[in-house]
Design a protein around this ligand. Structure first.
Ligand SMILES: Nc1nc2c(ncn2[C@@H]2O[C@H](COP(=O)(O)OP(=O)(O)O)[C@@H](O)[C@H]2O)c(=O)[nH]1
Ligand SMILES: [Mg+2]
Length: 377
């Protein structure tokens, strides 16, 4: 299949893939980027976070893509940095397609990113429809189709707003669902958000990616005015989420199994945070050996009652390496800090590994103050 954008060959495409924390955005972006690259297109990727030291950037770069990281706020509040990132990527490789991943707790992206980009840079970039990914287990709980631990009302407000502005709602992780559950979720989403097209994919197996890619690189973005957003409620929801980013250097006299170490850390943090009644939105970690080139382990956990898993494994044991840990949970950031420090100390000492903290930051995201906000164009 050739997915070279049809309309204006000279204009680069700007594709944004939103969705809540842990929905599978980074995994899905990697799939899109690989397919575009296989079709001879140049791809530039943009990651985004409230802070620096990102698992996503490390993971995407390890696959040989050019990645720019925007830190210190979401795209809407760092609009000029987003434009700078696009220009920086263009200086090196002139990408045909940019794919940007906004912060998973961010919403109102059409009014604050899409419309301003079209208004100001419409001669340079074709803006693709806004995709919003969902994790089916999380979505079924939020929509009340299934019971289970979820977030408080204000966080759910953000979740709903993300879906409300979607041009395309993408149900991800279909490999985890029976056809009946997938159908029930698809019908519930279509009924509640009738304006959006609904696509189903598995970013893990690749199912459905071609159809989704076709839709986002051939269709123009839709304009339907800005949705109503109560910025106080949005800010309250964001502030309920605690954020922690850390990077640590690990060292051991004897080679150790980095894959087992990450899973051990994830499981112990999971039980510690469950005891503290902190609902995990996303825990992700990478472990990169100081030697062995691009070898990388990536571990994830997307719910308090989920299963910690490795999406990338190290091929060999290591004796020194860098651990990056990003944790987002509905909890006080100080509590997250204490839990991470305790668990890291316990797990590393059991394995006779020494650790040195290079960077540790924890906070609650501040109130979003977009650079631009347009009602439509
Ligand atoms: N089973 C399954 N897991 C997936 C799929 N896509 C992503 N994941 C997993 O979901 C977790 C979060 O993925 P990530 O891409 O980091 O989510 P993000 O926070 O939205 O960027 C990781 O463990 C991924 O391996 C999928 O299609 N199926
Ligand atoms: Mg991500």
């Amino acid at each position: 299949m050739s997915e070279r954008p049809q309309q204006q060959q000279q204009q680069a495409r700007y594709v944004m893939v939103g969705g809540f924390l842990g929905a599978g955005k980074t995994t899905a972006i990697l799939q899109l980027a690989k397919r575009l690259r296989d079709n001879g297109l140049r791809v530039g990727l943009i990651t985004n976070d409230q802070s620096y030291g990102l698992v996503d950037t490390t993971m995407l770069s390890s696959h040989g893509f050019d990645v720019e990281e925007i830190t210190g706020g979401c795209f809407c509040c760092r609009f000029n940095s987003l434009v700078d990132a696009v220009e920086k990527l263009s200086a090196d490789t002139t990408p045909d397609v940019f794919i940007a991943e906004p912060v998973g707790s961010c919403t109102d992206l059409k009014a604050t990113v899409d419309y301003p980009l079209r208004r100001i840079y419409g001669n340079h970039y074709t803006i693709s429809p806004l995709s919003v990914l969902v994790d089916p287990v999380r979505a079924a709980r939020v929509l009340g189709l299934e019971t289970g631990k979820s977030f408080s009302e204000k966080v759910v407000y953000i979740y709903g707003k993300q879906l409300e502005e979607a041009d395309v709602i993408v149900i991800n992780k279909t490999d985890l669902l029976t056809p009946e559950k997938l159908d029930a979720l698809r019908r519930a989403l279509a009924a509640r958000f009738p304006r959006a097209a609904v696509q189903t994919i598995s970013a893990r197996t690749g199912d459905g990616i071609d159809a989704w890619l076709h839709q986002i690189v051939t269709a123009p973005a839709r304009t339907h005015g800005a949705m109503d957003v109560d910025y106080e409620e949005y800010a309250d929801g964001e502030a309920l989420l605690g954020w922690l980013n850390a990077s640590l250097q690990l060292q051991s006299q004897r080679p150790f199994d980095g894959n087992a170490l990450l899973i051990d850390l994830a499981r112990q943090l999971q039980s510690r945070l469950a005891a503290d009644a902190a609902e995990i939105a996303h825990l992700k970690m990478t472990l990169a050996p100081d030697q062995h080139g691009n070898d990388l382990a990536v571990a994830n956990l997307v719910r308090g009652d989920g299963i910690a898993e490795l999406s990338h494994r190290l091929a060999e044991p290591l004796d020194t390496g860098q651990l990056i840990l990003n944790l987002r949970a509905q909890a006080d950031p100080e509590l997250l800090r204490a839990a991470v420090l305790d668990v890291v100390a316990r797990v590393t000492s059991t394995s006779q590994i020494t650790h040195e903290i290079e960077h540790l930051e924890r906070f609650r995201p501040g109130k979003p103050t977009p650079t631009h906000r347009l009602a439509g164009i």
